[in-house]
Design a protein around this ligand. Structure first.
Ligand code: SF4
Length: 376
């Protein structure tokens, strides 16, 4: 692994997640040392540091960046651009309407049966396209159990909620004991069937996924799913493979949500390589998300038709276990909508014409509606 100039002397600490966290690049001088910045990036960093969305890039994630290529797909995800200061039509500060769906402090409910617990505002790396850039990195840190008590009380009082997503920020970069305590508090709520731990740690600070962490979380709740966030095949490295292997070997299902990003992964071949790589690690590609219209991210978003075309290309070319659903999380918190290639050509009198991935039209005939035994 190539190390950026700034960290060569500290190679021996590279595998320590706390060292990674402490040595994250958070300022312009650090960026200038490691990368040949463009004027646009320099102005973007100055803007971010003057009160915009903060910068943090772990030495590990920095080491994946091509220091000479401003179009590097890793770099585009974490190095600010001056275009973050440009608002385009459709941009929103809180695209998913999470603030208007807050049912208790740090708890958002947008669907009848699930809720989102914002357990921390901290991440190892701040992604420039983050849906929660309005609050991530705001300095509050990991929330204590005391601070989460109203949220936990709300969950206890609402048996219709069956699934909680623990997110933030990145809950995996908080201390192990605190994370385990949150998961165990959720485990005491009997109607919570599943808990999803949403984290980019396997991608941005895979050193965090230690045996000790995995041991602490694997049985903290009977049904924990780890939802991770790989966006590009370059993010699949020996270190991130090891992190995923530790989670999978501990019996934790690992699912991946990728965000479709202009210049990063907006080509079928790139996503095919990513999805095949993930399945090979037993990480299930679950969603490909249209990037949310977060204020200042217009330069990173693609038209919806790009995602549809990519799914058309991948459909039939990849097995179902490797192919995620393409999802638009509709603005203002109206919910997720799966979007796909148009496959129903016509439907009439129980006969449906379907368009296959080869472009052939095939007729499917419904069974008679009175086919149950005893029916006339
Ligand atoms: S790790 Fe997740 S929450 Fe944190 S900045 Fe990136 S996308 Fe946002």
């Amino acid at each position: 692994m190539r190390l950026p100039i700034a960290i060569e002397d500290n190679e021996r600490d590279f595998d320590d997640w706390r060292w990674q966290s402490r040595h994250a690049t958070t300022d312009l001088m650090g960026l200038e040392k490691a990368l040949r910045l463009t004027d646009d990036e320099r102005r973007g960093a100055e803007r971010a540091l003057a009160g915009g969305f903060p910068i943090a890039i772990t030495p590990y994630y920095l080491s994946l960046i091509d220091p000479d290529d401003p179009a590097c797909p890793i770099r585009l995800q974490v190095v600010p651009s001056a275009r973050e200061g440009i608002e385009v039509p459709g941009d929103l500060r809180d695209p998913l309407g999470e603030e208007s769906h807050e049912v208790a402090p740090e708890l958002v409910q947008r669907y009848p049966d699930r809720a989102l617990l914002l357990a921390s505002d901290r991440c190892a790396v701040y992604c420039r396209f983050c849906t929660r850039s309005r609050m991530v990195g705001d300095g509050g840190g990991a929330r204590s159990l005391k601070k989460l008590t109203p949220a936990l009380d709300y969950l206890k009082a609402h048996p219709e909620i069956r699934d909680v997503i623990v997110s933030g920020g990145d809950p995996m970069v908080m201390g192990t004991n605190r994370l385990r305590a949150i998961l165990m508090a959720l485990a005491e709520i009997p109607h919570l069937n599943t808990v999803r731990l949403a984290t980019r740690a396997p991608v941005t600070i895979p050193q965090r996924v230690t045996e000790e962490l995995v041991d602490a979380i694997k049985d903290a709740h009977p049904a924990i799913f780890v939802m991770t966030h790989f966006n590009h095949p370059k993010e699949i490295t020996d270190a991130s493979r090891l992190a995923c292997r530790r989670l999978v070997n501990a019996g934790l299902p690992v699912m991946n949500q990728s965000v479709l990003l202009r210049g990063v992964n907006d080509q079928a071949e790139i996503l095919e390589t990513l999805f095949r790589g993930l399945v090979g690690l037993k990480v299930r590609p679950y969603y490909l998300l249209q990037a949310d219209p977060v204020r200042g991210t217009g330069h990173l978003r693609t038209p919806l038709s790009v995602g549809v075309r990519i799914m058309e290309r991948l459909q039939g070319r990849m097995s179902g276990i490797a192919l995620p659903k393409f999802i638009v999380d509709t603005p203002h918190g109206r919910g997720k909508v799966p979007v796909g290639p148009k496959t129903i050509v016509s439907h009439e009198d129980g006969r449906t014409q379907l368009l296959t991935f080869r472009g052939e039209i095939v007729e499917y005939v419904d069974p008679p509606t009175t086919s149950h035994p005893g029916e006339a």
